[in-house]
Design a protein around this ligand. Structure first.
Ligand SMILES: *Cc1c(COP(=O)(O)O)cnc(C)c1O
Length: 309
């Protein structure tokens, strides 16, 4: 098995697509079992910075099904720092599977008020926790920002070495820092980015700004703009929304690709959107590499009947 596998597009009566397009999947979901997909790469430089500051705690924020919270808690097993996880909203007596794992990995959980949580690292409760734990290092929500993107620039280099020639890579965006990191690297050809959230039209400019911030001087902003395509209409109704059309698509996808597993929130929507464009004849690339960003643990927030994998 290779870390790059071909996607069989011969399903839902679309056998012509297999001849017209090559769509491959970089199996990021198989990397770094504790923090698969993009999360290990986004956390790497943060963990180093925490270590340099002799932090005893690493705090971050996220929702009750968050891949980011799960990844941070898992990454701190056998390290000196403890994870302090600020969870969006009240903590239910019945924790989600994601948070149960986090507790088992040794993380401490804090509830939040939604309005306060929205302030991110400026939230009141973040200040309060910092008073209780003065030697805490905070990772912004989603592990984003410059350090997160830098880890993904390193990742692009590694993927580029393995991947060979493609006319484009494709990836999902939450905060957009993974996309920015990939785009900032010369290893990345054109980059097709699909937002998993609704109302993200402005994210395209943010990705360019962050990529320009970490790219070497040899890459101009003009070059970044030229290499990026951004779609704000592939979210299927919103973040983590799972309409019947997507469920039907994934069922057919899973039957035709028994060796691949997609997550419900990010990469599945990327492939669904690309498939639509291929069907309409509007996908501009003959040979595309989709970067699988992981997130398989997130299926535990869905009913068993929704998961075809
Ligand atoms: C966190 C996450 C993303 C989004 O990454 P960003 O850097 O925030 O854009 C994409 N896919 C999966 C599976 C994730 O868990």
């Amino acid at each position: 098995m290779s870390v790059i596998q071909s996607i069989n597009l011969d399903f839902l009566g679309q056998s012509a697509l297999n001849q017209a397009y090559q769509l491959d999947l970089y199996r990021g979901d198989l990397e770094h079992a504790k923090a698969p997909g993009n999360k290990w790469h986004k956390l790497r430089h943060h963990l180093k910075a925490a270590e340099q500051q002799n932090a005893r705690y690493i705090g971050t924020l996220g929702g009750p099904y968050s891949n980011h919270l799960h990844a941070l808690a898992a990454s701190l097993v056998n390290r000196n720092e403890q994870a302090i996880l600020l969870v969006r909203g009240e903590l239910q007596a019945n924790l989600t599977a994601t948070l149960r794992d986090a507790v088992a990995y040794g993380a401490e959980l804090w509830p939040s008020q939604r309005l306060d949580f929205r302030l991110g690292l400026d939230a009141q409760v973040v200040k309060q926790i910092s008073h209780l734990y003065p030697d805490i290092y905070w990772v912004p929500e989603g592990g984003g920002g410059v350090l997160g993107a830098q880890g993904c620039a390193d990742w692009a280099k590694a993927i580029g070495t393995m991947a060979g020639e493609y006319s484009a890579w494709a990836v999902a965006a939450g905060t957009g820092s993974t996309a920015a990191g990939l785009l900032s690297s010369e290893a990345c050809p054109k980059l097709e980015v699909f937002s998993a959230l609704k109302g993200m039209a402005e994210q395209q400019a943010e990705i360019i700004t962050l990529a320009a911030n970490i790219a070497g001087k040899q890459i101009t902003s003009k070059n970044l703009v030229k290499r990026l395509s951004f779609y704000d209409d592939a979210h299927q109704g919103g973040y983590a929304k799972f309409p019947a059309a997507l469920a039907d698509f994934l069922k057919a996808f899973a039957e035709a690709n028994p060796n691949l597993v997609l997550d419900p929130v990010y990469t599945s929507k990327v492939i669904f959107a690309i498939w639509h464009k291929m069907k309409n004849g509007t996908w501009p690339h003959a040979k595309t590499l989709v970067i699988h960003t992981g997130g398989i643990q997130g299926w535990r927030g869905y009913s068993l009947s929704q998961n075809p994998f």
